[in-house]
Design a protein around this ligand. Structure first.
Ligand SMILES: [Zn+2]
Length: 80
């Protein structure tokens, strides 16, 4: 995977900074941790849906994992 880097200073760590405009609109700026160059912006609705999607994926993953663990435990139980 290619590492993201800041167009200004080539640093590779970014932070999300929540911002609220005068009109009450909430969004997030993605900026370089080192120099503060803004490399992107997200509105909070999008962020929420990204988090929700991640939650769904995680829940599915955990459910899958649970099934596998249960299967392994059952296998152990049936061993002599
Ligand atoms: Zn930078």
């Amino acid at each position: 995977m290619t590492r993201s880097k800041c167009p200004s200073c080539d640093y590779h760590e970014f932070e999300a900074v929540p911002v609220t405009t005068k009109t009450g609109q909430e969004f997030c700026l993605i900026q370089c941790v080192a120099c503060g160059t803004v490399v992107g912006a997200l509105d909070s609705v999008k962020i929420t849906s990204v988090i929700k999607n991640a939650e769904k994926k995680l829940a599915r993953f955990l459910a899958n994992l649970n099934r596998k663990v249960v299967a392994v435990c059952n296998m152990k139980d049936t061993r002599p």
